[in-house]
Design a protein around this ligand. Structure first.
Ligand code: HEC
Ligand code: HEC
Length: 289
């Protein structure tokens, strides 16, 4: 009798321990905060990047694998996929609101699903967890609707989407989905534009020569775009209110990504070519749209 009782207690204890361990493993996939709260990092650490070129690598070696749009649960899948389509083919899926030949993905590579290291491809992974956010331009916190419409009005030289439109809801749902699992207001190392550190005074003339030598083959002799790459200036490109119009943003983007597939511009070259491209004619942002 006594032995049976002891065995029962033991078996129950072991069973509870197994279930407990299983549950904590299960939940640790969703919640996994270390660093004592103050310094929260995204936790789905899949890969640690190898030590990179010291000139290029500045941020923490953390990567995160965002879920793919196709894997969204049935209830939000249609919205997530529409959001993805708008980002990749903006002129087709949000035609009323786009005023140029660009798609979001021309700057936010892979529809924003890039992560790790410096934010070369202007990742949007994590924006769902880091907005509303303070913005200098407004001197107040802005939400993702306002922030997205900034890119519609400026980068896309178009018109703002109504907040409650199907398209805007789809875009915001898409952001939330690709941010899944990242702690709210975590410090996400790959978000935000990082400017090149240099005391170099940009040389526009040299920038023009660099453009002809390194960019025009894809972006066209007059920056008008070709079947290989989108326009950099002119009527069909971003307007002068866009983030990419600022030489500091364009220089960092070009240094990290261009020529596409084989980025090889030195910091000085990138500053020169950005100065040149920024000074080319493009639509004016009236500020009223
Ligand atoms: C010409 C390049 C370009 C295009 C096209 C573009 N964007 Fe952007 N976008 C930027 C730049 C540059 C920034 C960062 C600007 C800054 O910090 O001033 C940005 C920032 C953002 C942010 C905020 C990201 C953050 O980390 O806070 C969102 C959201 C966004 N864009 C969405 C979109 C959407 C949606 C589209 C398409 C409708 C789009 N963008 C098209 C260049 C572009
Ligand atoms: C091999 C072709 C190629 C070359 C060369 C190239 N680019 Fe690009 N560039 C692209 C493509 C393609 C995209 C859009 C990427 C996408 O949609 O995923 C792009 C996007 C851009 C963008 C953002 C979208 C836009 O049109 O405003 C800028 C800015 C840019 N390139 C600047 C440059 C600069 C500056 C150079 C020269 C130093 C350069 N590129 C050379 C192919 C190229």
């Amino acid at each position: 009798m006594k032995n049976n009782k002891l065995a029962f207690v033991l078996v129950t204890a072991v069973a509870i321990a197994i279930v407990g361990a299983g549950l904590s493993l299960f939940f640790s996939r969703f919640i996994n905060l270390t660093g004592g709260g103050g310094d929260m990092m995204p936790m789905q650490q899949e890969t640690v990047l190898p030590p990179a070129d010291p000139q290029r690598e500045t941020t923490a070696a953390v990567t995160y694998s965002p879920p793919s749009p196709q894997d969204a649960p049935a209830a939000i899948r249609e919205a997530v996929l529409l959001g993805y389509n708008i980002l990749t083919e903006s002129g087709k899926y949000a035609s009323q609101y786009v005023g140029n030949k660009l798609s979001c993905t021309n700057c936010h590579f892979k529809a924003g699903i890039t992560e790790g290291g410096k934010n070369g491809g202007l990742s949007l992974v994590g924006v769902g967890a880091t907005y509303p956010q303070y913005r200098k331009r407004q001197d107040y916190a802005v939400d993702l609707v306002t922030r997205t419409n900034d890119c519609f009005k400026r980068s896309m030289n178009g018109r703002p989407l109504p907040e409650e439109s199907k398209e805007m809801t789809a875009i915001v749902t898409y952001y939330q989905w690709i941010s899944k699992g990242l702690p709210v207001y975590a410090e996400i190392p790959w978000l935000g534009t990082q400017h090149l550190q240099s005391g170099h005074a940009p040389d526009k003339t040299k920038g023009g020569q660099l453009f002809s030598a390194k960019c025009s083959v894809c972006h066209g002799k007059n920056g008008e775009g070709t079947s290989a790459a989108p326009p950099l200036w002119g009527d069909t490109s971003f307007n002068d209110g866009a983030g990419m119009h600022k030489p500091a943003n364009l220089a960092a983007f070009a240094h990290l990504n261009m020529p596409l597939g084989n980025p090889d511009l030195s910091v000085e070259d990138a500053l020169d070519v950005a100065e040149y491209v920024s000074a080319r004619p493009r639509p004016h942002f009236s500020g009223k749209q």
